[in-house]
Design a protein around this ligand. Sequence first.
Ligand code: GLU
Length: 481
Amino acid sequence: MTRVRFAPSPTGSLHVGGARTALFNFLYARHEGGRFILRVEDTDLERSKKEHEDQLIESLLWMGLAWDEGPDIGGPFGPYRQSERGTYYREVAEKLLLEGKAYEVYAYPEEIEVIHDRLLETGKAPHYSKDMFAEFDTSERRREFSSKGLSPALFLEMPRKEYRFIDLVKGEIAFKEGALGDFAIVRSTGLPVYNFAVVVDDVQMEITHVLRGDDHVSNTLKQMAIYEAMEVDMPKFGHLSMILGPDGKKLSKRHGHTSVEEFRKRGFLPDAFSNFLALLGWSHPDGKEVFKIDEMTELFSLARVHSSPAIFDEKKALWLNGVYIRESDLDSITRLAIPYLVDAGQITERKAEANFKWLRKAVNSVRNGVELLSAFPEKMALYFEEIPEDSLLDDHIDENVLEAFSLMRQEFENLDEWSPDTIISVLKDVVKKASPDRRAFYTSLRRVITGRKDGPEMIDVVYLMGRTKVMERLSRAIDRV
Ligand code: GLU
């Protein structure tokens, strides 16, 4: 069975790159009918924080990427947090030591550093080998280590030969003979080194495909040597191309808001965000740009994952989100907009609930021009704000327009039913009777009713503003001099 994993390190928030890796793993697993596993790689004890893990989980769930096994829900191959898997790493390390594939190193990190620098100074590659550490293995040093509660570091003996593998995205990748020397798999503190933990986990969790960012290509060499030492088959690897900013540089915070949390807060819809991520490196067989996660799942294949870098285009993300805001079900968009309106102080949750029918129409009246949920308060402000008394003083209003306004006030007053249809007939009627310049009429009407020069469709505005407010504002214009 296909088993893939997303293996974030909880050292910060989840960003676009990681989110895309998670999405592609999810899509691949679902497409293949396999399992999607979440593994938390917290071997870096200092930088890893539980709150980052919680945040990561929240971001992934917001995106709708539910996993089948993970630290929060467990599973048959747990634990799913590296910090809880120490015994597994020790067992494997012990075995490699017994088999003579790894050896003990009694040097302190500073001493290893000295060897490193000396190699560089003498013009050699900084590649370690067993003989370089021999001088440290004295009985005195062994005593010192044990009195300090340290154990020797373990180094894997790196076979000096060429390594090759077929990357599912990039094609064949080769590492030349001698590209790497021996390397540590366990530190003297007893903690596993990152690449070692990853391989032990991937083996024990029966991972079949590793899809990850291509910043891990170079790690693959060490990992291949570890698989080989463990005498197990490697999973298939697919390294996803880098995501670049519009300036062609690796995407970073300099390029603006790139964490999932920021996307969520700014008012992206999860579907739009996933759609955007999918386009960062994958393309729809029909060249479509707008598609939901179910469609992606059905069509996803690694063959359509590009090996060239993807460009992060903020404008495209916004455009896509706008499409989703326009095309999604109105009730759900309204529900999603409410927290933003509440935050802006335009409405309370109770009021929003009580006036939901009105609210969804108001949302509908502005949603065509909205690309972020967070833009709703500004677009909808006209429905909630008072217009300052003197806002019209400088406006010239034509005589005929004023006459039309007076007629309108009268007819509105006599209307039995306040609806878009009855409002339309009143507007038609007064335009016919007072024959104002149509443009001037609508421009002034908008100014008078909303205090603004532009905004949603006038009929919607009049209707949604309500009769009382509309009458008040018309009177203000009519009686102003
Ligand atoms: N923990 C690694 C990261 O956050 C992922 C390693 C892997 O996928 O093999 O980049």
